[in-house]
Design a protein around this ligand. Structure first.
Ligand SMILES: NC(=O)C1=CN([C@@H]2O[C@H](COP(=O)(O)OP(=O)(O)OC[C@H]3O[C@@H](n4cnc5c(N)ncnc54)[C@H](O)[C@@H]3O)[C@@H](O)[C@H]2O)C=CC1
Ligand SMILES: O=C1O[C@H](COP(=O)(O)O)[C@@H](O)[C@H](O)[C@H]1O
Length: 267
């Protein structure tokens, strides 16, 4: 029998990438505060498993987690410039509400959509733009302390810490994925930083699949493709989760077009 998974924020960009890639591999329950488009639903999801609710609504969340094996928690305000009242409610309170309900319901694992913005302040004037380039050796590996870029990044660091708390005190397996820049079809165009932290749709789906299948306690990993340009290590994701990404922004021009075979990367 397939594992049952609650996916929060199912109608968004990351949710759609996951459902397109691994929609057939799990029994899904989907929650989003916006109604989900019919074409966003994997085959076979029953109407009662598609829930329109806010993740700060404790009663709705408790009903939603009842009976699932795992939670993939994506719902939140994804804007790097989001104001404090929004990230406090949607991202921090929402994450705590889902975690508390998950442990009370006996859920085994929790996968949290963290962000590059939890560590954006490592990108100092001294390091940039060199760190975005192929031959630069600077790497963050997930063991460093958060250094958020903005209040949104603070909310993601808070989510990681909430995950740590619920893991330590309630024995919940928790994987925090510091997602880079998810872009469909090609890396972000003419954006060195974005190309260094590109996460393709198929690598995104595969990474979240590994988060749902591997055995771990508490992990913080980077969610990027195997880009030649990178300043995030993906070694921990490989080791702890069995992540094996297929895409690389170097296979595209700076403008985002697929390169001809054997065309060298100039950056
Ligand atoms: N797209 C990206 O490149 C990255 C995304 N992330 C994180 O991944 C998660 C998903 O991001 P995206 O799919 O890009 O955003 P999105 O805005 O496309 O999707 C978010 C979904 O969550 C829902 N939502 C928001 N607040 C909610 C609430 N309080 N209750 C219920 N549903 C709510 C929205 O209706 C939307 O469908 C976010 O937590 C974001 O911070 C992190 C790093 C990069
Ligand atoms: O966390 C996020 O990061 C990505 C990439 O950040 P950016 O500053 O390079 O745009 C962003 O696109 C996404 O909306 C956000 O949730």
């Amino acid at each position: 029998m397939d594992a049952s998974v609650l996916l929060t924020g199912a109608g968004g960009r990351v949710g759609r990438a996951i459902l397109t890639g691994i929609g057939g591999a799990y029994d899904w329950r989907l929650i989003d505060r916006e109604p989900l488009a019919a074409d966003a639903l994997p085959d076979g999801v029953a109407d009662e498993d598609v829930i329109v609710a806010d993740v700060t609504d404790e009663r709705a969340v408790r009903e939603a987690v009842d009976g699932v094996d795992a939670v993939v928690h994506l719902a939140g305000d994804p804007r790097p410039n989001a104001p404090w009242d929004s990230v406090l409610s949607n991202n921090i309170d929402g994450t705590q509400t889902v975690l508390e309900a998950a442990v009370d319901a006996g859920v085994d694992r929790f996968v949290f959509a963290s962000s590059n913005h939890a560590v954006g302040a490592y990108e100092t004037d001294e390091r940039t733009p060199d760190m975005y380039r192929r031959d630069d050796r600077f790497r963050l590996d997930g063991t460093e302390l958060p250094r958020p870029s903005n209040l949104y990044g603070v909310s993601k660091a808070a989510g990681e810490t909430l995950g740590r708390y619920y893991h330590d005190h309630h024995d919940l397996s928790v994987a925090c994925v510091r997602i880079g820049n998810l872009t469909k079809g090609h890396p972000p165009k003419e954006y060195e930083r974005g190309q260094a932290m590109w996460l393709s749709h198929r690598d995104c789906a595969h990474l979240f699949d590994r988060c749902l299948a591997a055995d771990y306690d508490y992990e913080i990993v980077y969610g990027i493709s195997d880009n030649d340009r990178k300043y995030y290590s993906i070694e921990r994701a490989r080791e702890a989760l069995g992540y094996d990404p297929q895409d690389n922004s170097a296979e595209y021009t700076f403008g985002g077009e697929p390169k001809e075979e054997a065309e060298p990367d100039s950056a």
